[in-house]
Write a protein that binds this ligand. Structure first.
Ligand SMILES: Nc1ncnc2c1ncn2[C@@H]1O[C@H](COP(=O)(O)OP(=O)(O)OP(=O)(O)O)[C@@H](O)[C@H]1O
Length: 212
């Protein structure tokens, strides 16, 4: 269903990803872990065609793109001078979708985004993104900046969606991934290794082992 093949991704002469293959056939929640700078964000951006790379990424027969795949960057870019409602409409127009009337998070309607806190800005972006149901979600550190209640709401939303969609969550909060993911991809030495939930005890050994 989702197939990402990255033969090579470099920035200048630095290899970030090499001979990476990731194939997911079943809906579910999947984790993506890796130390800072290993290439998790780069992996999402390459798959979506936002970065040039050698390889290919497909969702069924279609190329993976922002039209068929939801992408929440770690630090989403918003338009400061808009209200949430205006941003939702703008986002819906950009991606040719029907503006929603139901939003996951409640936010002040009368304030401009520039008046929002970090968490409120993250909620604004997620509300806009979730106006459409996608078959695949790439979420880069989605829980960062959100308060406890919002984390709970988001996790429940994603668990429900994961019954029919493939959701990849990049996160440094390993316990949340252990508890909720069907499997975790570890990004190390330019490529990913997959651990299903029965293999999570081997994950930390592999993660901290300098040899593998
Ligand atoms: N636009 C860019 N130009 C040059 N190098 C870049 C660029 N973007 C990322 N890199 C480099 O690519 C590597 C992977 O970066 P990336 O942001 O994908 O890592 P990450 O695993 O998401 O890190 P973190 O956990 O800190 O978010 C890093 O060495 C980074 O310095």
């Amino acid at each position: 269903m989702l197939k990402i093949e990255i033969k090579s991704k470099t920035y200048s002469n630095d290899i970030v990803l090499k001979n990476l293959e990731l194939e997911i056939t079943e809906p579910g929640l999947y984790g993506l872990i890796g130390k800072n700078g290993q290439g998790k964000t780069t992996l999402f951006k390459c798959a979506l065609g936002l970065e040039k790379y050698e390889g290919k990424s497909y969702l069924g027969k279609e190329k993976v793109s922002l039209i068929n795949t939801a992408f929440c960057p770690a630090e989403p870019i918003l338009y400061d001078e808009l209200t949430t409602e205006e941003f939702n409409k703008f986002y819906a127009k950009l991606f040719m979708l029907e503006p929603s009337k139901d939003y996951l998070f409640d936010l002040p309607k009368d304030k401009l985004i520039k008046q929002f806190s970090t968490g409120m800005k993250k909620k604004t972006y997620l509300n806009a993104l979730f106006q459409k149901d996608f078959l695949v979600y790439f979420l880069d550190e989605p829980f960062n900046g959100l308060d406890i209640e919002a984390n709970y709401i988001l996790l429940n939303y994603l668990k429900e969606k994961s019954k029919t969609s493939i959701i990849i969550i990049s996160s440094h909060i390993i316990d949340v991934l252990y508890k909720n993911c069907k499997g975790i991809y570890m990004l190390k030495n330019n490529k990913t290794t997959y651990f299903n939930h029965l293999e999570f005890d081997q994950l930390e050994i592999a993660f901290f082992n300098n040899q593998s």
